[in-house]
Structure formats: C-alpha cells, structure tokens
Ligand binder design. Structure first.
Ligand SMILES: C[S@@+](CC[C@H](N)C(=O)[O-])C[C@H]1O[C@@H](n2cnc3c(N)ncnc32)[C@H](O)[C@@H]1O
Length: 321
C-alpha cells in the first residue's frame, strides 16, 4: 500500500487546501494519516480510529515517535463517522475488502463540501468474477470483457456516486486508478439536491458485443452496469501531482487517460488478423497515421483508450502489416 499512501499524499498536496479536518476511520497502524499530517501540508485536525485495541496502541506509539498530534479513537468506524456528522473535510475509507459498509456514514461525516477517498481491495467482486456477490454488494450486473478492469473501477465509482446521491451529495471524481489488488478513488463531494441529481448524468450502462462497445441509458441483455460513464479524474490536478516527483510517469499517463471520454479501453489483440497481433507501440503508431487519437492505459500493457469506435479502430488495425 506504499504507492496508495504516497499517491494519496500527493493528491492532498495538489488539492491545494490547508487546515483540513481529515478523518481516517480505519487507520491500521496510522501510517497513512501520519504521512498526510507530515507530508501533505494540508491537515489542521487529524482524526484516527481503529476497531482493534492493538492497532490503536500502535497508532499512539507511531504518533509519539513522529511527534504528530491527532485524536485517536477505538470505535466502530460507522459509529465514529456518525458522531463526526458535518465535521470533516476529508474522509479516507481504507478497509480490508469492500468500502461499501462505510460509505453512507462517510458522506454523513463530510461538511457541505469535502473529499471522499475510498480503497476497494475486493477487485474480483467489482469486476464481476463473482456476479451474485457483485449484484448483492454493488447492485451491478457485470461480466467479463477485454476492458473488465476499467469496468470494475467504474462500477466502484458508480456505486459511490449512487450512495452520494442518496445522501444528497454530488460527486466529481478527481483521481481514480487500478493497481494490481485494489481500486482507488478520491472524489470531491458537494451537498445539495441539484448536485446529487447531476450524478445520474454520468450513470449509465456499457453494451458490449465483441469488439463493439457503446454507452446506453437503460440496461439490456448485453450491458454492464450501472457504471460511472463520466470522467474518472481531473487531468490538471493529476498533472500537478506528477510534478511532485514520485510516480510521475504513472500520473502523467493517468492524466492522458482522463482526457479520453470513452468509458472503456481496447486491447490490441482484439483486432488481431489471422491470429497475429501487433505490439502496442506499432498499433499506436498505426492509429496515429490513420488519424485516430489514442493513448495507452495503466490498466493493460496492450491496451489503449480512444474515442474512436471499434469499427474505426478495426479499419486501421486490420490493414495487413
Ligand atoms: C486495510 S487496514 C487499514 C490500513 C491503513 N488505512 C493504512 O493505509 O495503513 C483496515 C483496518 O480497519 C480496521 N477495521 C476493520 N473493521 C473496522 C470497523 N468496523 N471499524 C473500525 N476499524 C475497523 C482493522 O482493524 C484494520 O486495522
């Protein structure tokens, strides 16, 4: 989780606010909150918590060793978050597994405007490898596609946006990515019925019929969703994060991905001819020559994002090399 924590520090730094009340209701060792306080230069009040007594002892020790001040609690995260109603600028939900059980309370702890961050390590559920559990936990119908990782990430964002709406918050994803065993999202949240309503402008379904994809408003036989089909992040904020140094190339790539509106990626082998597929560099080169803007994706080494349709991509990539 080092990368997750470092990127989160960069995110808070780039977000640009100071004196924030930050709550990490599932703190573990407290190292995440501690790093926010020491490295992000954004924290005014730090609230750490864990249900485990041993974890709380460790948090206290770590705070002392590092000379950091924080309020430390030993409660169920949901109880604490309800008690903090309307008090937090940032709530960071970083559990083992799904963040779903803590999301409603997370929004309740936010002020009128704030940031909600979530980590989900139940990636297999979110991408639909366990369809019943996915439906149960996230209310989404998922099945395997070449872009299943992005679909899983958008499933998580869609779920957060629907919970946000039920708590009267609108959300704007600022930073979202996939990394091996987890999905991560940081989103701005603004309270108000109109803001909450606008979440649904970006909730939709993706219809997939090899190799074609399209966004549809209503679910159908071959559709995944509901998913977040809007922007996954803010390219400007993420470019700013990239300037701070660590993970610069990764963040620059994310920034490019965020500027492509299509809520999926393609994989080069989808357009193989007679079983022969081009390499990613060669494919990107061919697309460029064919007048199609495409960028690599962090979600697959042989993947690319483009607003061109599968048909247009196919016409360019199926030309015999
Ligand atoms: C993934 S760890 C947190 C890691 C930490 N955020 C970090 O970045 O180092 C999840 C923690 O949540 C705690 N936890 C699990 N259920 C909880 C609950 N209902 N309320 C509060 N803490 C809980 C566990 O004891 C565990 O320490």
């Amino acid at each position: 989780m080092e990368k997750n924590r470092t990127l989160s520090v960069l995110f808070l730094k780039a977000y640009g606010a100071t004196g924030l009340t930050v709550c990490e209701p599932l703190s573990g060792t407290g190292v995440r909150g501690l790093r926010y306080a020491v490295e992000a230069g954004a924290v005014g009040r730090l609230i750490l918590n864990d249900i485990s007594r041993e974890a709380v002892e460790l948090i206290k020790k770590n705070l002392e060793v590092n000379g950091v001040n924080a309020e430390v609690y030993n409660e169920d995260a949901n109880v604490l978050l309800h008690r903090l109603r309307d008090k937090c600028d940032v709530v960071d939900i970083d559990p083992f597994g799904s963040p779903a059980p803590f999301l409603h309370a997370g929004f309740r702890a936010l002020r009128e405007e704030g940031v909600i961050c979530v980590t989900a390590t139940d990636t297999a559920v979110l991408v639909g490898r366990y369809p019943k559990k996915c439906l149960r936990r996230y209310g989404a119908v998922m099945f395997k596609t070449p872009f299943y990782i992005e679909a899983g990430l958008r499933n998580l964002i869609g779920y957060v946006a629907r919970v946000a709406a039920s708590e009267d918050y609108g959300v704007e994803p600022l930073f979202a990515y996939w990394e091996g065993h987890y999905f991560r999202l940081c989103a701005r949240a603004v309270r108000g019925a109109r803001d909450a309503d606008s979440n649904f402008n970006y909730i939709g379904y993706v219809e997939y019929k090899k190799p074609y994809r399209k966004v549809v408003r209503r679910p159908g036989e071959r559709s995944l969703g509901p998913l977040w089909v809007g922007p996954m992040g803010d390219p400007i904020l993420v470019s700013k994060m990239a300037e701070y140094g660590p993970y610069g190339d990764f963040l620059q790539l994310l920034s490019e991905e965020y500027s492509v509106a299509a809520p999926w990626f393609f994989k080069v082998p989808e357009f193989a001819l007679g079983g022969v597929s081009r390499g990613i560099e060669e494919a990107l080169d061919a697309l460029k020559k064919g007048g199609i803007y495409a960028v690599r994706t962090h979600m697959a080494p042989d993947g690319f994002k483009t607003e061109a349709s599968a048909g247009e991509v196919e016409r360019v990539l199926r030309i015999v090399i």
